[in-house]
Ligand binder design. Structure first.
Ligand SMILES: Nc1nc(=O)c2c([nH]1)NC[C@@H]1CN(c3ccc(C(=O)N[C@@H](CCC(=O)O)C(=O)O)cc3)C=[N+]21
Length: 292
């Protein structure tokens, strides 16, 4: 048996074409959505993600505003840039690219973002609304990677309600909010949130109908850990050097042989990453629609 591929590129393309229509409707009413990015320092990975976000915006008709600060920027510089983004009328939503260079207090910076402009859903108010289950008229953006994972499973008709989900990793952007999202009313999964101190990770994965790995340990999840037919989502990113070509490439947390056991498998790259970017655009569009 070979798993059905959860194709993040194709699914993100479908999401983006739906968004493009909503954006042209907004534009015809004179509303122009604009995504800002704040990047501090010159980490090549972060640079390439930010560049990707600007390309996505151009593709769907969202304006994008790029603010880059040098690695030498102080916390006062970052605060000032956030204040400018909060007050810039052309910026309807923005993100602070993580991780910030060492020496910056990320949580303190996230807290300075205007919650109404928080395109990542990482401001404490928006994370609090996720805990409280508040949706609707209030703009309560969901963190992009968790939202992208759920969107992809739903578009492939993978059942979630009542199913057991094992999440590997408890980080701010993926594992922690994903556990909150999957257990909300309406999704109704049962979640095991595992981390580096989990005693028997293989056993926790074996009970799962849906496995999400978001730790950044290359090929951590082995085929004999996976229940036959389970849906497996590969989120972790590790940069490795190909021993044959000597070129750098990206690899995920899932051993490739898991494809022989799983029912659905998201490749990495080409799976959750593109969905994360599509959900960022979706948050910007929703915020603009609510303001209209
Ligand atoms: N404030 C903030 N919000 C984020 O959402 C955020 C962040 N900081 N910091 C870093 C992580 C990582 N992340 C990715 C998004 C898309 C891809 C993506 O589209 N990857 C492509 C491959 C890209 C390539 O080849 O370089 C793929 O999976 O196919 C990857 C990684 C968002 N993050």
């Amino acid at each position: 048996m070979t798993a059905i591929t959860l194709d993040g590129v194709a699914t993100a393309r479908a999401v983006k074409s739906e968004l493009a229509e909503r954006i042209s409707a907004l534009r015809s009413k004179g509303i122009v959505p604009g995504l800002g990015t704040l990047l501090v320092g010159d980490d090549p990975g972060s640079r390439s993600y930010v560049a990707g976000k600007h390309r996505d915006c151009a593709e769907v008709g969202i304006e994008s505003i790029r603010v880059d600060l040098p690695a030498t920027a102080t916390s006062a510089d970052v605060r000032a840039a956030i204040a400018d983004l909060n007050s810039a009328p052309e910026v309807t939503g923005y993100i602070v690219q993580l991780p910030l260079p060492a020496g910056h207090d990320e949580n303190a910076m996230l807290e300075l973002i205007d919650p109404d402009k928080d395109a990542d859903g990482l401001h404490p108010t928006n994370l609090g609304r996720l805990v409280l289950g508040i949706e609707g008229e209030l703009h309560s953006p969901l963190p992009c990677t968790p939202a992208g994972i759920v969107e992809m499973l739903q578009r492939y008709d993978v059942p979630i309600s009542g199913r057991h989900v094992t999440v590997i990793g408890r980080g701010l952007t993926v594992g922690r909010p994903l556990g909150l999202l999957f257990t909300r009313k309406g999704l109704d999964a049962t979640v095991t949130l595992t981390h580096s101190r989990t005693v028997d990770l293989a056993a926790e994965v074996r009970r799962a109908d849906i496995v999400v790995a978001a730790v950044g340990v290359a090929h951590l999840v082995k085929p004999d850990w996976v229940k036959p037919g389970a849906a497996v989502l590969d989120v972790g990113i590790t940069r490795v050097e190909d021993p044959e070509t000597g070129k750098g490439r990206l690899t995920g947390d899932i051993d490739p042989l898991v494809a022989e056991v799983a029912g659905h498998l998201s490749p990495n790259p080409g799976g959750v990453g593109p969905m994360t970017r599509a959900m960022l655009l979706s948050n910007v569009v929703k915020a603009a629609e609510l303001r209209a």
